[in-house]
Design a protein around this ligand. Sequence first.
Ligand code: IVH
Length: 729
Amino acid sequence: MRDAPGEAERREWQELADRIEQARTRYYVKDAPTLSDAEYDELFARLVALEQRFPQLQTGDSPTQTVGGVNSEMFDPVRHPARMLSLDNVFDLDELQAWAARIERDLKALPPLLCEVKIDGLAVDLVYRDGRLESLATRGDGVTGEDVTGNARFVSAIPDRLRPEPGGPTIPQLLEVRGEVYFPVDQFNALNNEMLALGRSPFANPRNAGAGTLRQRVDRRQAELSRARAAGSTAERIARLEADLRRAVGSLGRLRLIVHGIGVADGFSPLTQSAAYAGFASWGLPTGSHYRVCRDLSEVEQYVAEFDRERHSLEFDIDGVVVKVDELALQDRLGSTSRAPRWAIAFKYPPEVVRTRLLDIRVSVGRTGRVTPYAVMESVRVSGTKVDRATLHNAGEVKRKGLLIGDIVFLRKAGEIIPEVIGPVVEERTGPEREFVMPTHCPSCGTELAPEHADDADIRCPNARRCPAQLVERLLHVGSRGAMDVEGLGIKAAQALLDDGIVRDEGDVFSLRAEELARSEFFTRKVASADSGVAAETRVLNETTVRLLDQTDRARERPLWRVLVALSIRHVGPTAARALAGRFASMEGICRASVGELSDIAGVGPVIAVAVVEWCGVDWHRSVVERWAQAGVRMSEDRPEGPGTLAGLTVVVTGTLPGYTRDSAKEALIGQGAKVAGSVSRRTDFVFAGDNPGSKLDRASELGVSVLGPDGFAVLLESGPEAARELVR
Ligand code: IVH
């Protein structure tokens, strides 16, 4: 026998149920959630588990028994011909397998499964009578939804009339289909920019934007405009009402629809869900283009993995995959609970928006002295990685987002993109939250901070030469891949070089000496030596340090433009650096040039020109250049006479390249006058393919473009295109 729930369990049940109901109201009625989807799912899972342990707790109106979604008073209620259900979720492959095992047990075999993407949109119910749209409704509580039919004619993705295809299935007299209304991601971004421009708060995600858009009272706006016109209102008021109406209609026009469910369909009896989609499509209803019927679970898992990778290149936001038993007779046999069908399951991807607590706002000092606030948060998992920091860019951004230290915040990390604090959950404030105050003094060296120019949004630490934070960042930058590319000059090594007094600043990086490094614990390892028979311990350079020395040796040969990038001259990135190096071919020439001469160069311009002249005017900057030059760093370039040997050629570089980094291969090509392109076309002369070259190689052979390996590449560089072609012939 099961235990009876005690007072504590009853209280926990009530609390969970209340929180879920509250969250549903915020989500469905206000289109402005206070919980992330992942948190909602977690509360829900806790309630399900509690009710499994104590079935006595489960009431008929428990959130686990209802689909969620409540109706606002804004629209008339409309009853769906058939109930609209929700979906049960699984969060990993084990749970998915358990679901499939249940199906297999009930049906004695695992039937074909239809996989499709789970669009993060707004569920709608569409009823067509005699092929004409009769009603469009939101899901509501599953039985009754909100009647938004009046808006349907502005949504061009929703056909007003269905048309049968010759030879195709006939359109049932009464047809009820379900689908997802959504905002394409790019349209969503455009809409949010418009909202910001109007001084309104942007939508948190495409789903809210979709819901907010579909649930606008366009009819009331039209009526108000007519009344205003009839009453002879001011031109200003009429113009405002017109603009408002235009905006509402315009945003409705951007909505899209994908149909993914069957409600009632008299006289249309496809055998499978996929066949039903084919029928819908033949009548002009938009169906998804990503669905696939899978024969076994491994194919389903493959689908799940595929769309996890693809999710950011789709035109809509997805939060998972829906797996459905394809055969409709089997769906009937499996049936539904009061909340969700047993024949379908949603596989949810790891959340991309989570909630966490903002513990503190601190500032960091960058390579150019810029002081940047960043958020320190309770560590959370988002998009598969743990996150506890996010940049806040500047003090203005902290204000704009209205963040207080101690707030609960929404945090986003989409795919590979860096984490971003979206904003606070204002409703959750309890009082002790406090405002962030930008420090007045550098947290690293104590120097007073100031904006560099009156109109500068950023504040900086002016102690560029000696501020420890700036020094370590500049050292790191010298070694970075975009600059001198010194492997082994990472954050720890940079810090140790400074802490142990091996370098004073970046000017000493290319004159590192083994004897000095040998005195530092960081750069050495212990070895037992048995000189003259006496056991002793000495320290020798460790392997990483030997490589670091070797790497700094090689780095001296880098082209002048990389030296320029490495010097941390404000605003001088690779493009400007290439332009400067190309025009003057020497550090001396660059520092002798006037603002006018510099800003005439394509890719430089006045801001960079001023930055360069100012930089060259600082004594210790010149000392860095001198020390680098003395250490053998290249400070001038022999300009190639006339066009290079590869002038006029277009080359594509692909795959991992033995003996080259991708950048060094490109540089070598550009240095000889070739153009390096990103994709293979008929105009491509050569493809330099390394290991795992991918689709570019296929494309090259399709088009008959010459493909070079490392040997061929060397021939191309040394002897030109004719010799290289000879080789591939
Ligand atoms: S089928 C009876 N298929 O997800 C099954 N739903 O979390 C009903 N959704 O309310 C849903 N894409 O709004 C289905 N391909 C898809 C879907 C999908 C998104 C939404 C739908 C549903 C919610 C459940």
